[in-house]
Design a protein around this ligand. Structure first.
Ligand code: FSO
Ligand code: SF4
Length: 540
C-alpha cells in the first residue's frame, strides 16, 4: 500500500505497511481502485459531454465514493468492494450510452472478484504517477476534491446542490488522468479547485442555515446527566436532526462528540430537551472517551479510530459514507429517512455516561453572529483593545507536536482574538482565555466547513475598514491540518487571495519539494516553529 493523504502519514512521507490511522493494505487498495473507477466515470462524463443535470444519481454516487476514501471514514472492506462494483456498473451503463473514442483504461477495466480488484489496484494507486511533481499536484487536487465531495454530500442531504460543483469534480478528476498536462496547468487546476471549494462551502452554509437557522452565541454543557444516552459524531446535521426526533420522549439523551459540537449553535436543535451537551474532545480522544461514555455511538462521517475492544465496537453504529467492519451500518430509505431504533433500544439497556468533566464552553460565532457584533468588534479594533486576530482553525490530531497550539493560545497577549472552526479548537477551547469588552477571546464559528464563515468575516472586515487587500487586515493565519477536508479549506483560502498561511504541525507529505516551493513563493505558505518563536514573528 501507499497512502500519504493525511498529516499523520508514516514518517511524514507515506504509509506503506499499514496506515497510522489503522487502514490495512486491503482497504487501502480497494480505496485506490474506488478512486480509479470514479475517475473512469469522470472521463466518460467529460469526453462524452454528458449533462450533469441528467445524471443526478451518478453525481451522488461519485461524491459518496470520494467521501468513503477520506481518512478515517470507512474501514469496511466489504462496503468498499460493493461500492466499486456499483461504480463499475454505473460506468459501463453510461459508457454504453455515450460511446467515447479511445477510452482510458479507467473506463474499460473489468474485475470480477476481490482478488482481481487487489491485483488491479497495484497499478492504479498514487505511485502509478512516476513524476513526483505531477503526482504531488494530482493528489493535491484529488484530496481537495474529496473534501469538496464531503461538503457537497452534506448539502445534498439537506436538499441543496450545485451542478457546477459536480461538473468541476468530473473535469478535475479527468484531468488527473491526463498525461499531457504541464505542471503549470496542474497548478492552475489547484487554484480552480479552491474556487469550487469556496462554492461548496457557501452551498453547505446556505443549506445548514436555511434549514436550521443561523448559529448564535450558545453556552454548551460539557457535563453529563443521569439518563442513558447516545453519542453522535461526525458532521451530518440531517442525521442529528433525525436522531433527535426519534429519541424525543424516549428517556434517552443525545450528546455530541468532536465535530458535531457546533450543532448546539443552531436554533433548530435547541428545542430538544434531551439534547444535553458535548461529551469529550477531538476525534482522536475517542479511544478513552467512548469507554466512559457507556452508551451507543453513531458515526455520521469520518473520524473513526479503530476501537480497541469488542465491547466498544459493539456499541458503534455507522451511517452515510462511514463504515467499520462488525459495526451495524444504518442505510437511508429512498426519502433519506433513517431508522435509528436499534441505537435507541441499545441505549436503554446501558448505563448513563460517566462524567469526565463539567462546566460549559461558548461558541456560535459564525458569520451572521459576528456581523451582528460588527460594531463592537470594529470599535475594539479602532481603540486598540483588539490588536490582532489569529485564525487557528483546522484539525486536531494525535501528534505530540500539536501541544504547540495550546501553548500558542495560552501565550497570546490578552489583546488578541482567536477565530476558529474545525476540531483544532479542542486544543484551546477550555482554557478560559477571557474576553475583550465582552467579546470572547476564542470565537468558534463551527465545523471545519464553517471556515467559510471565517472567510466571510475577513471579507466583511476588509470592507468595513475600506481596505484593498484581505492581507492588509490584522489577521494571522496559523492553521492546523489533518485530513482532506482541511485541504479543500486551504485551497479555498488560497483562491480567496489569503497569503502567508502557516500550516502545521507539519507540512503535507504529499507536497514534492518543487510543489512546496510554488506554494511558498506564490502564497507565502510556511510551517510552524516553536510557540515562542512564532509569537515573536507574528506579533512583529
Ligand atoms: Fe476533519 Fe479537521 Fe471536520 Fe476535524 S477537517 S479533522 S474531525 O477538523 O473535522 O473533518
Ligand atoms: Fe496513512 Fe493517513 Fe493514509 Fe491513513 S489516511 S494510511 S494514516 S496517510
Amino acid at each position: 500500500m501507499f497512502c500519504y493523504q493525511c498529516q499523520e502519514t508514516a514518517k511524514g512521507t507515506g504509509c506503506t505497511k499499514v496506515g497510522v490511522c489503522g487502514k490495512n493494505p486491503t482497504v487501502a487498495a480497494l480505496q485506490d481502485l474506488l478512486v480509479y473507477v470514479t475517475k473512469g466515470i469522470a472521463e466518460v462524463v467529460v469526453k462524452g459531454n454528458v449533462d450533469v443535470a441528467e445524471i443526478s444519481n451518478i453525481n451522488k454516487e461519485v461524491i459518496t465514493s470520494l467521501f468513503i476514501t477520506i481518512t478515517n471514514a470507512n474501514f469496511d472492506e466489504a462496503a468498499i468492494e460493493n461500492q466499486i462494483n456499483k461504480m463499475i456498473g454505473i460506468r459501463n451503463e453510461l459508457a454504453r450510452k455515450v460511446n467515447i473514442s479511445n477510452p482510458h483504461d479507467s473506463v474499460t477495466f473489468e474485475v470480477s472478484n476481490r482478488e482481481e480488484m487487489l491485483e488491479k489496484a497495484k497499478n492504479v494507486g498514487v505511485l502509478s504517477t512516476e513524476n513526483e511533481d505531477v503526482r504531488s499536484l494530482r493528489e493535491l487536487n484529488i484530496y481537495g476534491l474529496k473534501g469538496m465531495a464531503a461538503y457537497a454530500e452534506h448539502a445534498l442531504n439537506i436538499g441543496l446542490e450545485d451542478n457546477s460543483v459536480y461538473e468541476y469534480t468530473y473535469k478535475a478528476l479527468s484531468k488527473t488522468l491526463d498525461d499531457s498536462l504541464s505542471v503549470d496547468e496542474l497548478v492552475a487546476l489547484t487554484l480552480e479547485t479552491g474556487e469550487y471549494g469556496v462554492k461548496v462551502m457557501a452551498l453547505l452554509d446556505n443549506a445548514n442555515t436555511s434549514k436550521y437557522g443561523n448559529p448564535e452565541i450558545t453556552t454548551v454543557n460539557i457535563g453529563t446527566r443521569n439518563n442513558p444516552a447516545i453519542l453522535i459524531s461526525g458532521h451530518d446535521l440531517t442525521d442529528l436532526e433525525q436522531l433527535l426526533e426519534q429519541t424525543k420522549g424516549t428517556g434517552v439523551d443525545v450528546y455530541t462528540h468532536g465535530e458535531m459540537l457546533p450543532a448546539h449553535y443552531y436554533p433548530a436543535f435547541k428545542k430538544y430537551d434531551n439534547f444535553v451537551g458535548n461529551y469529550g474532545n477531538a476525534w482522536w480522544q475517542q479511544t478513552t472517551e467512548f469507554v466512559t461514555f457507556n452508551g451507543p455511538i453513531l458515526f455520521t462521517t469520518n473520524c473513526i479510530v479503530p476501537p480497541k475492544s469488542e465491547e466498544v465496537r459493539n456499541r458503534i453504529f455507522t451511517t452515510g459514507a462511514s463504515g467499520y467492519p462488525g459495526c451495524q451500518h444504518i442505510v437511508a430509505d429512498e426519502d433519506g429517512k433513517k431508522d435509528f431504533s436499534a441505537i435507541i433500544e441499545m441505549a436503554k439497556t446501558l448505563p448513563a455516561p460517566q462524567e469526565i468533566e463539567s462546566g460549559s464552553i461558548v461558541g456560535g460565532f459564525a458569520h451572521n453572529q459576528v456581523i451582528e457584533l460588527a460594531d463592537q468588534v470594529v470599535d475594539a479594533v479602532k481603540t486598540g483593545a483588539i490588536k490582532k486576530f489569529f485564525v487557528m482553525g483546522g484539525c486536531d490530531g494525535r501528534m505530540k507536536g500539536r501541544s504547540y497550539y495550546t501553548e500558542f493560545a495560552e501565550k497570546l497577549p490578552k489583546d488578541t482574538v482567536i477565530l476558529t472552526a474545525g476540531c483544532a479548537k479542542y486544543r484551546y477551547n477550555k482554557l478560559n482565555l477571557g474576553d475583550i469588552n465582552g467579546i470572547p477571546r476564542v470565537l468558534d464559528a463551527g465545523q471545519c466547513n464553517d471556515s467559510y464563515s471565517l472567510a466571510v468575516i475577513a471579507l466583511k472586515l476588509k470592507e468595513v475598514f475600506g481596505l484593498e487587500d484581505i492581507n492588509e487586515l490584522p489577521i494571522v493565519y496559523n492553521i492546523a491540518w489533518y485530513e482532506q477536508k482541511a485541504v479543500i479549506v486551504l485551497l479555498a483560502l488560497l483562491y480567496l487571495g489569503v497569503k502567508n498561511i502557516h500550516l502545521g504541525p507539519t507540512l503535507p507529505g504529499f507536497l514534492s519539494a518543487n510543489v512546496a516551493n510554488v506554494l511558498v513563493e506564490n502564497f507565502g505558505i510556511a510551517g510552524i516553529g516553536t510557540a515562542d518563536e512564532d509569537l515573536v514573528k507574528f506579533l512583529g
